[in-house]
Design a protein around this ligand. Sequence first.
Ligand code: ARG
Length: 603
Amino acid sequence: MEKDNYRMAFAEAAAAAFRELYPEAFARVGDAEVFSTETVYSSLEKPKDPRMGRFALPVFRFVRLLEEKPPVIAARLADKAGEVLRAGNRSDIAEVTGTGGFVNVRINAGSLARQTITTILEQGHAYGSSEVGHDKTVLVEYSSPNIAKPFGVGHLRTTVIGNSLRRIFKKLGYTSIGINYPGDWGTQFGKMIVACKRWGSEETFRGDAISNLLDLYVRFHKEVETAPELDDEAREAFRRLEDGEPEATALWQRLKDISLAEFDRIYSLMGVTFDSVYGESFLNDKMEAVIDRLEAAGLTRVSEGALVVDLKDKNLPPALLRKADGATLYITRDLAGAFYRWEKYRFHESVYVVGSAQSDHFKQMLLVLHMLEETEKVPQEDRMADKIKHIDFGWVRFGQKTMSTRRGNIIYLEDVINKAVSLIKEIILEKNPDLGNIDRVAHQVGVGAVLFSQMSVRRQKDVQFVWDEVLNFEGETGPYLQYTHARLCSLGRKYGKDVVPGIDFELLNGDEERRIIEYLADFPSTIVDAARNYEPNIIVQYLASLAASFNSFYQRRDKNGRIEKILADDESLAAARMALVTAVRSVISEGLLLLGMEAPEEM
Ligand code: ARG
């Protein structure tokens, strides 16, 4: 990442100050790891109260070594670092003060405005990009719906969060690989085969094939209550599938083709993409090797004919690798998949964006991998278990049940999207009937609203999906952010000129402008923060604050109570404000992009 110039200058000054103030301690720690520019830089924090300054250095960790109280260290360090900065002509760093256990640093507002806005205007969409991920591969698995079933809202949140994370990592320079791992294997396909053979026909595959298949599946579960032999039949059918019997395989392939085509349609509606798509079945021939390794490592045990790995001492049920009838399981495929991904990508990190309902599954999987690498004494650099993470998230609750009437109990994602788009279209027709391209904009905003709703709270919290809230043009919603962006675009059109060099940044000295500029300057670190926490909601919160701060600027009143025009009559004032407007627009559209949303120019 391009280092923040102010932080870097301060870090250098602080490191020099340490050396001067504490020569003995400095000598004692040898190469002075704790005092290096790098360490100071990376320990800089953002004060909770922005009035304290733009960033702060906590000094608590130096207490033991320096044998002084935090306020003393902070005050001495602040004085000395301030001196060093003044000597270096860094008057843009306005103030360095020690308060409590922190050294707080204030930046000259005009300088921050100039540096931030010119950087954004120069870099455009690249602003906030970085190189921290250079040479590192991050795998992000998301979506992973189950074939022969409808794409329901149950797979919405993983799709949205994962899609955003993949973009966030890419922005930071990682080789970011989006993986879709559809469920295309397991005993349920035995049931599907039996149901298709008994009650299905060519008709099943015409029209709304997925719904027809769902009906068959539901029927199987109903009939099996009175005809338990159906279960044996299904097991037998799955057996045939596992043996590669042509008829069963052909039917399964057909189910798969239909489903994947359906999924693709939905992904393209949502603007969601992947770099690699393979289903569970892809691992069929890769499981034996993992099972062999686990057996050779002495980690398995046979229990009632089944092969398991005990996890009793970890308070988890045993990981079931192979049933008595020889069938492998979901976790067996995930174990094999972990090795497959490791061998193929040698990832820096591999994350699985899957709901918290599967937490135990991922705990089991990770424990088994750990135990295996530990027992095999795999050299540290070849270990992967530590690099794998389950990125969990809470439930989505659909308040109104109106969605579920037509097609049974499952809420189809496609229905939700279509409904959002048509409701947004109605709103736009009312608000802005002359808008060209209404259908396209309604699509961008309707889809955006649905995507946004999934990231509107921290991922581990549940989401309440309430139509009126999701589609609202005001408040913390997708449409609100997109609307703010469109408003910024319209200002640009009204201005009608390019923003050119020679801006007087001192003119942006109002409280509102300052707040906006500070937000703009925070964009790069916000992205890093979002990646570190695997949390698109951090970008959401950021954009909401930026938009709110812009809107209060936009609606600011002069002393006569009139709304101040951004396009002031004074030309240099108008030019300075339009530079700000352009920068905000650029950051909002890039931020939306990181969330997987589009940014229409008019709406
Ligand atoms: N297909 C599974 C489901 O819908 C999700 C798969 C999650 N990914 C994984 N590697 N286990 O529940």
